[in-house]
Ligand binder design. Structure first.
Ligand code: FAD
Ligand code: NAP
Length: 321
């Protein structure tokens, strides 16, 4: 049997939303506990330069997240390396069961579990995952020094990954299913100017091809989305960068979700369909999905949790009279 820990506010997730909620909840003297999950620091730890965090013209994603953690801790937030496996929101106090065996019992919960990379779902993609197929250029780019690489996708992530991979690769082919990128214009400019990057429009990945022994990628088979014409492109690495899906597994059966799993919050609020449960960051945001918007929602969630707890105390005091 693991231990049971009570807290006024349990924050689940250690991205910009979680750490910002940690700063605000601590300053409200709520002594929050923050559970980090398997990716301490969240998605920004998988990138390099961040150029749109206000106050820093350029900051490395992992450095920014180390600073956010230190800030939350300095304000009094207890940051714990653990992973919530099951959440019971059926009655208050809420219960969060963790991988370590600990049960966190909380008067209010702030969900900040963010999002994670989507995969295409091809059997060959699965087969070569970790052996030439990756969804994280900063994690795996180094393995492809002097090699040819393909990147699949047309958003900010795909373009940033393609640019970053030119630090290692001899050539990067960005493969996109349309002839227009979703990425910001400044990133597109950099992409089109980079002599190491070729863009292949109107193509989709059909199959990753490679060897079984040793397991390794030799190329990709891609298909023209209109003509159906198939071609093969030799490469040693395939980076899938087709977006992110909300990490809502803990709550998808008990909270209202929309747009493919994003937790619904009330307008201009982080309140969910269960009083005392708040959601912030990419978990709720199918539209902006930025570090700064996530941090903003983390702030809102902590302020709303504080107000909720104060109201509960007032009600309890009235009932006791
Ligand atoms: P996340 O950062 O997704 O963090 C989620 C956290 O929840 C993680 O710590 C995880 O461990 C934790 N967690 C999940 N499940 C559990 C569980 N069951 N128990 C406990 N913890 C759990 N945005 C920008 O503004 N500028 C950029 O330059 C930029 N670059 C990016 C580059 C890349 C490659 C990617 C992928 C994204 C980038 N973004 C950028 C988007 C930005 O990273 C996200 O909008 C932001 O990180 C979302 O913050 P979050 O706090 O909602 O969640
Ligand atoms: P995204 O913006 O959703 O883009 C996903 C891309 O993948 C789109 O171009 C999409 O094509 C393509 N795609 C999706 N499913 C596909 C499939 N099955 N097959 C082929 N292609 C597919 O995702 P993202 O680039 O990961 O960005 C996520 C969020 O993080 C965004 O809000 C983004 O702004 C943010 N972010 C910001 C920065 C930054 O500020 N520098 C960096 C990275 C990420 P279509 O275009 O045809 O739909």
């Amino acid at each position: 049997m693991g231990e049971t820990r009570h807290t006024k506010v349990l924050i689940i997730g250690s991205g910009p939303a979680g750490y910002t909620a940690g700063v605000y909840a601590s300053r409200a003297m709520l002594q929050p506990i923050l559970v980090q999950g398997i990716e301490p620091g969240g998605q920004l730890t998988t990138t390099t330069e961040v150029e749109n965090w206000p106050g820093d013209t350029e900051v490395q994603g992992p450095d920014l997240m180390v600073r956010m953690e230190a800030h939350a801790r300095a304000m009094g937030c207890e940051v714990i390396a653990d992973y919530i496996t099951r959440l019971d929101l059926s009655e208050r106090p809420f219960k969060a069961h963790a991988d370590s065996g600990t049960t966190y019992v909380a008067d209010a919960v702030i969900l900040a579990t963010g999002a994670r990379a989507k995969w295409l779902g091809l059997p060959s993609e699965d087969k070569f995952k970790g052996f030439g197929v990756s969804a994280c250029a900063t994690c795996d780019g180094f393995f492809y020094r002097g090699q040819e690489i393909v990147v699949i996708g047309g958003g900010n992530t795909a373009v940033e990954e393609a640019l970053f991979l030119t630090n290692f690769a001899s050539k990067v082919t960005l493969i996109h299913r349309r002839d227009e990128l979703r990425a910001e214009k400044i990133l597109q400019d950099r992409l089109f100017k980079n002599p190491k990057i070729e863009t292949l429009w109107f193509h989709q990945l059909d199959e990753v091809i490679g060897t079984d022994s040793p397991l390794g990628v030799e190329g990709v088979r891609v298909r023209h989305v209109e003509t159906g014409e198939i071609r093969e492109i030799p490469c040693k690495g395939v980076f899938i960068a087709i977006g992110h899906a909300p990490a809502s597994e803990l709550v998808k059966d008990v909270l209202e979700t929309h747009h493919g799993g994003y937790v619904v919050t009330k307008p201009d609020s982080t309140e969910t369909s269960i009083p005392g449960v708040f959601a912030a960051g990419d978990l709720t945001d199918h539209k902006y999905r930025q570090a700064v918007t996530s941090a903003g929602m983390g702030c809102m969630a902590a302020l709303e949790a504080e107000r909720f707890l104060a109201e509960q105390e007032d009600k309890a005091a009235l009932a006791a009279q």
